[in-house]
Design a protein around this ligand. Structure first.
Ligand code: HEC
Length: 269
C-alpha cells in the first residue's frame, strides 16, 4: 500500500472507532500535568455560578439538565440512548441524578499563612460515577477562566499524595509523571472509584498537596475542581467496547461534570 493509501486507511479507521476512544471518559491518563477546567469542554456544569459573566443562553446550555439529561430523554436516533427503553432511560436518569447529588468536593487549608512558607492543603471529595475521577487545585470557580493554582502564587512542592477510596496511598497517576520533570502537579486522576446510586453508596478519597505560599503579603484564592463521569456508575449507563467499559452516550457526550469547591481566600502575611 502506498504511504498516502495507508494514511487514508488509518484515518478511516480512526473515524470508525467508537466515540469513546477519541475522548477521555476514562480520565486523562496521558495528561500528567496541571489542567484548567475549560479543557473538559464536553462535560456539563454542576451550577450556573461557574459560568458567571457568560451570555445567559450559554450558561443555560452548559447545565446538566439541558446539556446532558435532555439528550438522554430525547434519545435521538443513532445515539446510545436510543438503544435503551424508556423505562431504562428513566432508571439511568435517576442513577445519574443520585450521583450528581452525592458528588461533593471541599478544600481544607489554613486561613492565614506566612509568605513563602510551605503549607499542607487537603482536597476531600465524595462521589463521581467512577472508575476514575479527577481533582485539581485552581484559583477560581470559573469553568472557562479558572487557572491552575500556580497562577495565584501557590507553587506545588513535590508530588501530590493521593489517598484512594480504599484508604491506601495511590501512586497510579503520579508515577506516570516523566522522570526528570518537576513532580509538583496540581491535577491528579484517582482510580478505583465505585458508585452504587441505588444503595446510596459513594466512595470518598482525598489528595494532599504541599504548597509554597505566595511570596507577597495580601490574600490569595485557592479552590478545587472535581471532574467526574456519571453514566458508567448508573444503571444502563455503560457499554462494553474493545477498549473496556464506556459511557452509553459515548465519549463525546455530556455525561462528564465540572464541579467546584468553595473558593477560599487565604491571608498571606
Ligand atoms: C470529547 C469530550 C470530552 C472532553 C473534551 C473531555 N472529556 Fe472528560 N469525560 C468525557 C465523558 C463523556 C466522560 C464521562 C464518562 C461517564 O459518564 O461515565 C468524561 C469523564 C471524565 C473523567 C472521569 C473518568 C471516568 O472514568 O468517567 C475525568 C477525570 C475527565 N473526564 C477529565 C477530563 C479532563 C481533565 C479533560 C480535559 C483535558 C476532559 N475530561 C475533557 C468527555 C470528555
Amino acid at each position: 500500500m502506498s504511504r498516502s493509501g495507508l494514511l487514508c486507511s488509518l484515518a478511516v479507521l480512526a473515524l470508525s472507532l467508537p466515540a469513546d476512544v477519541s475522548a477521555y471518559p476514562g480520565g486523562t491518563p496521558g495528561y500528567v500535568t496541571d489542567v484548567a477546567p475549560f479543557c473538559a469542554g464536553c462535560h456539563s456544569s454542576a451550577d450556573t455560578a461557574q459560568l458567571a459573566g457568560a451570555p445567559p443562553q450559554r450558561v443555560e446550555a452548559e447545565q446538566i439538565a439541558n446539556k446532558h439529561l435532555a439528550r438522554v430523554r430525547e434519545a435521538r436516533e443513532g445515539s446510545g440512548y436510543a438503544k435503551l427503553s424508556e423505562a431504562q432511560r428513566t432508571d439511568l436518569i435517576a442513577g445519574i441524578q443520585a450521583i450528581d447529588a452525592a458528588s461533593q468536593v471541599k478544600v481544607i487549608a489554613p486561613s492565614k499563612v506566612a509568605a513563602g512558607s510551605i503549607i499542607e492543603v487537603t482536597v476531600e471529595a465524595t462521589g463521581g460515577g467512577g472508575p476514575v475521577v479527577g481533582l485539581a487545585l485552581v484559583d477560581a470557580n470559573s469553568r472557562w477562566q479558572a487557572r491552575p493554582a500556580a497562577a495565584a502564587g501557590w507553587q506545588v512542592v513535590g508530588r501530590p499524595r493521593v489517598i484512594g477510596p480504599d484508604g491506601a496511598d495511590q501512586t497510579t497517576f503520579t508515577d506516570r509523571r516523566a522522570a526528570g520533570l518537576a513532580p509538583g502537579i496540581s491535577y491528579v486522576n484517582i482510580y478505583g472509584v465505585k458508585a452504587d446510586p441505588a444503595k446510596g453508596r459513594f466512595d470518598k478519597f482525598r489528595v494532599i498537596w504541599q504548597l509554597r505560599a505566595p511570596s507577597q503579603a495580601g490574600s490569595a484564592s485557592l479552590g478545587a475542581v472535581f471532574l467526574f463521569g456519571t453514566e458508567k456508575g448508573a444503571p444502563f449507563g455503560s457499554v462494553e467496547t474493545v477498549r473496556g467499559r464506556a459511557p452509553v452516550g459515548g465519549g463525546t457526550a455530556a455525561s462528564g461534570r465540572v464541579k467546584f469547591s468553595d473558593i477560599l481566600s487565604i491571608t498571606v502575611e
